[in-house]
Design a protein around this ligand. Structure first.
Ligand code: CAA
Length: 261
């Protein structure tokens, strides 16, 4: 496997790629060089036939404590607008395979936004989310205002964006930002995320890709357009080998059997 400076890429289970952010001393502060590596690793795993799902994580103490403030603080308007600063930070949203964020500790600013770019978020009870950019005289720039509104509504997003207050794993779960808070324990959130990724990696690849595409379309399309889009993808899956392999009545190991009982 390729050696990176700011991330570690491993394959902890069949079909699963695990990317660990690795700037522990800076609480995984995010920078353009880190995103260049992350984008490269994600593209490689996306194109790898052995891989069916990805997990993105940080350390116990921090998923990521936001954009690297040291890198960011002296930037000018000319540099940020002129070079479309943060554009390369959202490439992960173009990934075809599912990616699960396993969040422990701080997920602040760009760290919270990075988790929101993933398809599923699992949180450790220690997870702390927030958009503290207002304390730095700016606002979220990696999609925080837009993705949070869609996840938790206007009033909560407005409160978080304008006060900069953090929110807990329990709040994140009750608001639907994360799918669940896992049990306490070091490494537990990564373990659960890898297990979930392994489950997904065992399903039909094209059906998983279509499922992700259909759910994401709900953010972009009207209901009528979204329903049509979903139906067309559904129809298309009848051309796949995976669909032909499902037996009727479903046997104990078939995906249909598992999902309907
Ligand atoms: N950028 C650069 N370095 C950071 C960092 C960041 N965002 N967050 C933490 N660090 C560094 C600290 O400078 C410190 O380094 P040194 O040991 O060299 O001093 C190290 O990580 C440990 O941090 P603390 O000593 O501060 O640890 P703590 O436990 O006392 O506090 C914390 C943790 C509350 C997360 C605190 O570090 C903090 O508030 N960090 C900044 C959070 C923030 O404002 N993030 C938003 C950034 S803006 C953004 O993300 C824009 C966007 O939309 C993309």
């Amino acid at each position: 496997a390729k050696e990176y400076e700011h991330i570690i890429v491993t394959r902890p289970a069949p079909g699963v790629g695990l990317i660990t952010l690795n700037r522990p001393k800076a609480l995984n502060a995010l920078s353009t060089p880190l995103f260049n590596e992350l984008n490269e690793a994600v593209a490689e795993l996306d194109g790898d036939k052995e891989i069916g799902a990805l997990v993105l994580t940080g350390s116990e103490r921090a998923f990521a404590a936001g954009a690297d403030i040291k890198e960011m603080k002296d930037k000018t308007y000319e540099e940020t607008y002129g070079n479309n600063f943060l554009e390369s930070w959202t490439k992960i949203t173009q990934l075809r395979k599912p990616i699960i964020a396993a969040v422990s500790g701080y997920a602040l600013g760009g760290g919270c936004e990075l988790a929101l770019m993933c398809d599923i978020i699992l949180a450790s009870p220690t997870a702390v989310f927030g958009q503290p950019e207002i304390n730095l005289g700016v606002i979220p720039g990696g999609g925080g205002t837009q993705r949070l509104v869609r996840a938790i509504g206007k009033s909560r997003t407005m409160e978080l964006t304008l006060t900069g207050r953090n929110f807990s794993a329990v709040e994140a779960e009750s608001w639907g930002v994360v799918s669940r808070v896992v049990a306490e324990g070091e490494g537990q959130v990564v373990k659960d995320a890898v297990q979930m990724a392994e489950t997904i990696a065992k399903k039909g690849r094209l059906a998983v890709q279509a499922g992700k595409e259909a759910v994401n379309a709900a953010y972009e399309l009207t209901l009528a357009e979204g329903l049509r889009f979903e139906r067309r993808l559904f129809h298309g899956l009848f051309a796949t080998q995976d669909q032909k392999e499902v037996h009727c009545p479903p046997g104990p190991s078939s995906p249909v059997y598992q999902s309907t009982r």
